[in-house]
Design a protein around this ligand. Sequence first.
Ligand code: PEP
Ligand code: MN
Length: 338
Amino acid sequence: MIIVMKPGCTPQDVEHVAQLVRDRGLKDQVIVGTDRTVVAAIGDERRVDMSAIESAPMVERLVPILAPYKVASREVRPQGSVIPIGRGVEIGGRRLTVIAGPCSVEDEVQIIRIAQSVKLAGAHALRGGAFKPRTNPYEFKGLGEEGLRLLAKARAETGLPIVTEVMSIDQVDLVAEYADVLQIGTRNMHNFNLLVAAGRTRKPVLLKRGWSATLNEFLLAAEYVMNEGNNMVILCERGIRTHETYVRNTLALGIIPAIKRESHLPILVDPSQGTGHAYMVPSMSRAAIAAGADGLLIEVHPDPEHALTDGAQSVTPSVFSQLMADVQSIGAAVGRTT
Ligand code: PEP
Ligand code: MN
């Protein structure tokens, strides 16, 4: 941390700030320039609250040097993390991973049929919500444990690992019993107690970016999980809230190179929640792979018009199959395999 003093500060002001730095267990070093004096705080500033120093007299501003995340930071593992999600499937590294399936598990025939068709098209894992966070409390909220049982059946039929959302702490043990990957949704990215509970399991966690979260907040949420000893965090960009109305969310693909620079964690893109419209999903899938995403999370439904949730953004199995072929070509152009 560099503390920049205001012009005209006295040696007493500077010493006062230097003392505040020492009070926090860090070393101080005062650098007197021709126009400005700065105080460098030396040591790990991430474990102490430096922000209050801003209120000391004659302090102009604080300039952090270290990113606040520690274990999620790229420097911890410059080569990038590869996260095994079960049954020989990994996320990260050269291979792309596509997780596909319905927004919600609706019934046995639906989930088995979709699992078989996405597997045939080359998907690596099956998604499907059993506990659904709904904006409107009167809409379908998922089949609950029955949905988890059906997902497990679909896994037994197809061999695909299953990814499903956990919405609250009291669901963690139950969902972890069935799922290969625990999904934490956009609405819960800031639910720190849930992040901690997921971090105490030994299941990979697919963490969606909060729809108004900054990159910093996103990585600090990952840090919450990892701080409990669970390093298996898979990030997922799913679009953010903007002023735009022709999309449900604005898919912020610029976060992919930024995450790659800042963190070793793999990042997937969800163009289904990320656009809200099925017709946009194939092109945004291609764009995500071209931009360096490690894979995709895609909603697929054989009868989108009758889907219980998110039909407007669900692609049919035949569109999905073409999408997989396109992803393979784009992937090859950027050095990735499927
Ligand atoms: C979903 O994947 O169906 C979902 C609810 O995602 P999000 O949390 O990104 O809205
Ligand atoms: Mn959905």
